[in-house]
Each structure stands twice: as C-alpha cells, then as structure tokens.
Design a protein around this ligand. Sequence first.
Ligand SMILES: [Zn+2]
Length: 302
Amino acid sequence: MPKKRLILISLFIILTIVYGCSKEERDSNKLGIVVSIVPLQEFTEKIGGDKVTVNVMVPPGASPHSYEPTPNQLVNVSKAKMYVKVGTPVEFELVWLDKIISTNVNMVVVDASKNVKLHRMNDKHDHEKEHDQEKNSDDHKNKGYDPHIWLSPKNAIIMVENIHKALISLDPKNKEYYTSNKEAYIKELNKLDSEIKKALSSKKVKTFMVFHPAWGYFARSYNLEQMPIEEGGKNPTARGIQNLINQAKEYNAKVIFASPQFSTKSAEVIAKEIKGHMVLIDPLKKDYINNLRKVSQAFSEL
Ligand SMILES: [Zn+2]
C-alpha cells in the first residue's frame, strides 16, 4: 500500500530530524558556556536559566586538584561563547586554563573570584594582613591562597554578580531575564547565610576536624576553625595521625569530616581512635544551597 509506505517514510524522516541531531544542535539557540567546577555550573544555570547550556570541566566526583580534561571536553570549549573560571590557585586551572583558553580565543573568560577577598591557607584571623592584600587580580594565582572561595555564601553572591555581569554584556537582549533570576538567587543565598549564622552562633565547639581543608572560607564566615587532616594534599604519616588523635582528644572532638573526592581512610582511623564517627561533606555538590544547609546542620550537631 503506497500511501501507508509514504506515511512511514515521512515519519522516519521526521524522527531522524528530531532525534538525529545532537544535544548541542538542538540547543544551538542557547548560549554555550563552560565552567571549571560544579558549583559554578549551578550559579551559571541559576542566572542563565533556559537561555544557556552549561558544561562543566571537572565532573561530579572528580577533584579540581588533580583532574585532567578529556579531548571531548576541549571540543565543547571550542564551541563555547563564555568560560567561567574560579580564578583562584586551584590546580585544574593553574595547569590547564591557558591551554583551554587557547582552543577558543574568542570566548569571553569570566573570573568568578573578582572582588572576592582571598585568604591564605591556614591563615588565622589576622585582619591586619587582610587589608594589606594586593588588589591585583593576578595575585589570585598565588599558590599560597586558599582556592575554595565558593564555600562561603557571601562569596557565592559576589561570584554570581560576576557571572551575571558577563552574561548581560554577552547577551544584552535577555538582560531583564538574567537580572531577575540573579536577584531571586541572591535572595536565597542571603537567606541561607542568615540561617547558617543562626544555626552555628550558639555552638560551643568552634573547631572541627576535616580531611581536605576546603572549608576555610566557610569557617571564617561563621567563626569556626577547621583543623585539616591532610598534609599538603597528601595522606598524613602515622606520626601525623597520632598528633591529630591527640589534638582531637584535647578539644574533645567527636566528629571527623571527610569529602567524597578523597580517601576517607585516615579520617576513619582517627574517628575510631577517639570513639567518634566520620561524616561526609561535599565541597562540590550541584545543589549549592541544600548542600550548605546540610553541612551547617552537620556542624551544628558537633
Ligand atoms: Zn579542595
């Protein structure tokens, strides 16, 4: 029956058109953006909504301190209109960013860390030093600085502002849309900040022990202090572990925090020794707000 056959052929052609093209082709009317880490993807999507397609370089579960991009990811970069970098001395960017940018010189590169005050790793609350810090943004590449700026909601707000500013200059016709999305998200971030402040202000134990020291900016925002287990990115020695056990006993720690991107072995050893337990907290989760809510709850239960 020729008519039936004709219908089948037309159907086949339509299906080929609809499903045959790649995700990128279907999204071709959207702005292609690439970002370094998952929290930046969240921030960019919150502002960009359905006008953007965001690809992340360091995938969920991988560590930005060691990840290497795949050739496929570099192809994504070559099609992007914008790249959002953390802008701090995080190894992924120190090692790969120049190469990534060189694959697409026309892409707008946004420094999410612009206007964020960086602190040195293991810096105590030395306010004198903070004011001395150079304004030069190249200084943000200095290896002595703690790269994990996104884990303080106040910093997240500055990062969101930076991304928003770049988006509206790249795509001015959707300015109103981006701005109203941004305002709504900043409202949520401010709410999160007050919630955490409230939850943690009455806490008696101010020091917490964590395997990978990603929580320096978080700790600083809420008057806490992190005690890292890891030593310069490596597992501690047996002697180091013994010292940490002694310290943990000294201030009566009962919870040891670890992150899913790293081995939890030494955290488990210490937790067992002090008859406490280990809790996983993730510095790179997609749902930023709920993740920090969960983390603050874990800290408030110390
Ligand atoms: Zn880290």
